[in-house]
Ligand binder design. Sequence first.
Ligand SMILES: *Cc1c(COP(=O)(O)O)cnc(C)c1O
Length: 406
Amino acid sequence: MNYVTHLECAFTGEIVEKGIPHTLSSNGKPLLVKYDLEKIKKEVKRDDIENSSEPGFWKYSPLLPVSNPENKVSLGEVITPLITLKSSLDHLKVPYGNVVVKDESRLPTGSFKARGLGMAVSMAKEFGFKHLAIPTNGNAGSALAAYAARAGLRSTVLCPDNTPVINTSETLAQGADTFLVNGLIGDCGKIINEGKKEIGWFAVSTLKEPYRIEGKKTMGLELAEQLGWNLPDVIFYPTGGGTGLIGMWKAFHELLELGWIDCKLPRMVAVQSTGCAPIVKAWDEDKRHAEFWENAETLASGIRVSSAIGDFLILDAIKESGGFAIAVTDEHITKVCDDIGQKDGFLLSPEGAATFAAYEIAIEKGLVDKNDKTILFNTATGLKYPLPEVTKRLNKEDAFDISKFR
Ligand SMILES: *Cc1c(COP(=O)(O)O)cnc(C)c1O
């Protein structure tokens, strides 16, 4: 059983029934899952959640869409840790404890895509699908591959041919039929769309199926519980399709309605790269929909998304929360990766580093205050990206040379 009542078009409010497969609403917009929160309030207590023995995000099962527990596909999810930045903050003179990274790299397949795809694959299993397909810039593909393999389902993954090699290799290694496409993620999506009729696979593209967002929502639930059923003042989130930002915003509203939190909601900050910033442009121009971003280019491949179908949901959440959208350069991202790795021993992904770069700019411009409790999201492990080469060498035959180590 579950507490889902129905699904609702996020744009028009059109209602569709639960228990059958869905993609987009009749007017081509994302569908959101709705729950009987009154009933949950009566039957589930915060303590039940805190004492749950289910792994990681599965502890929030009453607020999730899977009906039959046997369909929950798990690879040993964990509650991702909150890591307080130390030396890397010195130059900003921010009080210790005010900037904390939620480190999503600890999840299966090394990124937070495990949350969304874990949920989507579990629901696919529930609906009896046999074959799933995805267009991806990397992390979503490997997460789909892993969870589909675990569930005994086939997966087909299409990546732009400039996707980081580690992502395409790990995807292949976890059993997906993996292809490189000489185009962008949108081109991959078109091919997958054609395959729907011909092959009958089910596409789990961002927000084009309704359950990935329910998985990503658990970032917000988990954060609230970790902070003692409280929330920070500001959240910086590396935004591509925006599932995580929209999902957290949904989570916070569900928690408020349940009475499990009664705090002010955080300001939501969407962080993008100057090489691909459609949401930032729309925000600056006060628009509700973003234009397609031509020639998208950034080393933070997870946020190289030219067009987001949930653009209005991202922009609405930012606005409602009193937040903002901000773009950072790849040079700045690289500098932050180096700095935080060297000073705090914490290797961020470029997407995670982008949130810190944005925080620096926001402090400088007075967009956030040094006393604000701030959460940054490190959405993947830095180990998936190109790393610096070691160039210093020692010859074992040479006499020990102390000058080399000073
Ligand atoms: C997919 C991805 C993002 C963007 O996530 P959305 O919730 O779709 O905006 C950010 N960082 C990494 C590492 C990703 O893989």
